[in-house]
Design a binder for this molecule. Structure first.
Ligand SMILES: NC(=O)c1ccc[n+]([C@@H]2O[C@H](COP(=O)([O-])OP(=O)(O)OC[C@H]3O[C@@H](n4cnc5c(N)ncnc54)[C@H](O)[C@@H]3O)[C@@H](O)[C@H]2O)c1
Length: 386
């Protein structure tokens, strides 16, 4: 029996050992989730075994602070350890394929941050490795965390239940302003060789995943445009060229006949972390904004026109996805809780022997859309069919 998987009628006894790679933004958010998940959800036991980074002293300090038993500086040694059963990849995109494929081949369950990879070729290799590992009972999942925001999970339920009728049009935007300042410094996120792309891979990937997830649909064609507004930024050794986009736009055709528009930016002055999604159907409509994560706007167009209008649902009822585990209704949760829900769903899938979603194949499909948008942008926005 593998750790964490319970035989029929019995509770598993051996906890799952987790190793996380990366300890900065996502490493911290994921550590918070691993630390709290068992306190709120009924999941197999875990142990935060080891946190991995490049600098021994800094990673040791982070490990102590975030609840990890140990720290290490070589991910290759860590992923083959017998006491590690889950590898959680919180490192930048250029490392995803190499670490994920090696960990899956070593028989470890893998959770990898989004986007799945920096290139389509890497994503294809990862999806193949995940499929082979699945046949050996090894789970893999990609961290499109917003699927676990209760309001968006509930929006999906409303759409699946037909409350919007036929969905025709989606508007998805993801706007941030952390690059609005021309003097904001270079980071790995602004170099093509380390990030793959800019706002496109970083935040359009979330928007595209949401469109396909909410509608249970597949993008079949894309027309795109990319733009870099600030071409040089201060680097450690002087000004450096920015080699990725600051903003991206696309119109997407979906297999159902619906059409989605995507607009993403990291220079949208005043917008902090606004993933906004509007879904319009024949019988209703929905709107969500991540800057107000506990609310969902819903319009029931089957009501008499005199009464119909968007109403604000406070998504904190015990009947809303994930909310029964938290506080009494009306007591809001935040952005970080989605990571706890993600850990919960990954652990539950491992326990149940189920394939968790979003799968590496789902991540690959998003990567195909990203590649199509880039190809279209390079061809004067001509439509690219997937
Ligand atoms: N799900 C989300 O909402 C969300 C949000 C932000 C970032 N992300 C994704 O998470 C990933 C990481 O982004 P981030 O914002 O945490 O980046 P970051 O720069 O804050 O952290 C990257 C971490 O990777 C570590 N690292 C780099 N090279 C390493 C190596 N060779 N061995 C071990 N560790 C190494 C660094 O030390 C650092 O701790 C990216 O794929 C990003 O797109 C997802």
């Amino acid at each position: 029996m593998s750790p964490g998987a319970a035989p029929a009628g019995q509770e598993a006894v051996q906890p799952l050992g987790v190793a996380a790679i990366g300890y900065a933004f996502m490493g911290r958010a994921h550590s918070h989730a691993w630390r709290n998940v068992s306190a709120f959800f009924d999941v197999p036991g875990i142990e935060q075994k080891v946190l991995v980074g490049r600098h021994a002293e800094e990673v040791a300090e982070a490990a102590a602070k975030y609840g990890w038993a140990e720290s290490a500086t070589d991910w290759r040694e860590v992923i083959v350890r017998d006491d590690v059963h889950i590898v959680d990849i919180c490192a930048p995109g250029w490392l995803h394929a190499e670490i994920a494929v090696a960990a899956l081949e070593a028989g470890k369950h893998v959770l990898v941050e989004k986007p799945l990879a920096n290139t389509l070729a890497e994503a294809e290799r990862m999806a193949e490795a995940a499929a082979a590992a699945r046949r050996r009972g090894i789970a893999s999942m990609v961290g499109f965390t917003y699927r676990r925001v209760p309001a968006l999970a509930y929006a999906k339920q409303l759409i699946a239940a037909g409350r919007l009728g036929t969905v025709r049009q989606v508007r998805a935007s993801y706007l941030q302003d952390w690059l609005a300042d021309e003097d904001a410094p270079m980071t790995w996120r602004l170099r093509k060789e380390t990030a793959g792309s800019g706002a496109l891979g970083d935040i359009a990937s979330h928007a595209i995943d949401q469109v396909q997830y909410l509608l249970d649909d597949t993008v079949t064609g894309a027309s795109g445009r990319l733009h870099t507004f600030v071409g040089r930024r201060p680097g450690p050794d002087g000004p450096e060229d920015v080699t990725v986009d600051d903003a991206a736009w696309a119109t997407l055709s979906l297999a159902s006949g619906a059409i989605a528009s995507i607009e993403v930016s990291r220079i949208a002055t005043g917008k902090k972390n606004s993933l906004r999604i509007e879904v319009y159907g024949s019988d209703g409509a929905l709107a969500f904004d991540l800057e107000r994560p506990g609310e969902l706007e819903f319009l029931d167009a089957t009501a008499p026109p005199e009464e119909a209008g968007f109403r604000r649902i406070v998504v904190t009822e015990p009947g809303h996805p994930y909310m029964a585990a938290w506080w009494p209704q009306g007591h809001m949760i935040g952005w970080e809780h989605a990571f706890t829900h993600q850990a919960r769903d990954f652990l539950a899938a491992i326990r149940d022997g189920a394939a968790p979603t979003p799968s590496f194949e789902d991540g690959l499909q998003v990567q195909r859309v990203l590649a199509a948008i880039e190809e279209s942008a390079a061809a004067k926005s001509a439509t690219v069919h997937l």
